[in-house]
Design a protein around this ligand. Structure first.
Ligand code: OAD
Length: 261
């Protein structure tokens, strides 16, 4: 099947569907220039294993090191923009009765592109909270720190305004459970979906690896968008080799028609 046949097959399925899920992973962010987890491990952090930075134990042992590393990630996210593939998903969301983005990414780019229904399986880099009790901590303070050129690589985390405990990023660390509400929302959205788009994920990490298979068992049409093969490729109904930023706008145009925005 060539590209235009795939577009019309998937566009027809989307046009007939009332419940759709887009499951997104690091490849979606990478196309906007967000460094992947491993790419970020340069400079001081090049000496560390991610498993030694992204754990509650690492934060407790050396809060300034871990907090400084996450400020670098915040800085990187603030310096990029969501690409046209994000806009395409937002256009589909506005067009469809029920459209849910389920993402493994923590950078908030879907929301910045206007998406309203986003389930964040691995938490959020723009939602800091305190380590001991989870009191939320305003992102404006974090942004101020991230933009402060006088700060070095190690930065002591600020104290929670309520209880004084150190502030940590709201991402899921190794060894931590996924957020229960997000996980339940993801399973329910996938369980009901008639079409699931699997975009920019290697389909290796649980539960993102399980969700497309569950969709298939429920009879959904599952479409993979990825320049490379993944372990899920043989099970996909349509496997589309290409970049999200190229294919998603074409798909949205085919479903909605080229809109003048
Ligand atoms: P991976 O880095 O494992 O996979 C990214 C996928 O995106 C690969 O299959 C690429 O081929 C594909 N890709 C690259 N560029 C693309 C593009 N322009 N358009 C479409 N696809 C593209 O990322 P994830 O599957 O998201 O977890 O798994 C990463 C997760 O594992 C992270 O969320 C992190 C890590 O452990 C936690 O931090 C809990």
């Amino acid at each position: 099947m060539d590209d235009s046949q795939m577009i019309s097959e998937v566009a027809d399925a989307l046009a007939d569907a009332s419940r759709v899920v887009a499951l997104t992973g690091a490849g979606m962010s990478a196309e906007s220039g967000v460094p992947t987890f491993r790419d970020t491990l340069t400079g001081l952090w090049g000496r560390y294993d991610p498993q030694r930075l992204a754990t509650p134990q690492a934060f407790a042992a050396d809060p300034s090191l871990v907090f400084g590393w996450y400020l670098t990630r915040v800085r990187a996210v603030l310096s990029v923009e969501p690409h046209v593939g994000y806009d395409a998903l937002t256009r589909l969301e506005r067009h469809m009765p029920e459209f849910t983005v389920v993402t493994q990414n923590v950078d908030g780019l879907h929301q910045r592109a206007g998406a309203r229904k986003v389930v964040e399986l691995h938490g959020s880099l723009v939602g800091f909270r305190c380590f001991d009790q989870g009191h939320p901590y305003g992102f404006e303070h974090i942004e101020e720190l991230a933009r402060d050129p006088s700060l070095g690589e190690r930065v002591a985390p600020p104290a929670c305004h309520v209880c004084g405990s150190p502030v940590r990023p709201g991402v899921v660390w190794y060894g931590e459970a996924l957020p229960a509400t997000a996980t339940a929302q993801a399973w329910s959205a996938v369980g009901e979906a008639e079409v699931v788009l699997v975009i920019g994920t290697s389909a290796l990490v649980y539960p993102a690896a399980e969700l497309p298979m569950a969709a298939k068992r429920n009879g959904a049409m599952v479409v993979e968008i990825n320049p490379d093969q993944t372990p899920f490729t043989p099970s996909a109904d349509v496997s589309w080799r290409g970049r999200a930023g190229e294919l998603l706008p074409r798909l949205a145009d085919a479903v909605i028609g080229a809109e003048v925005s």
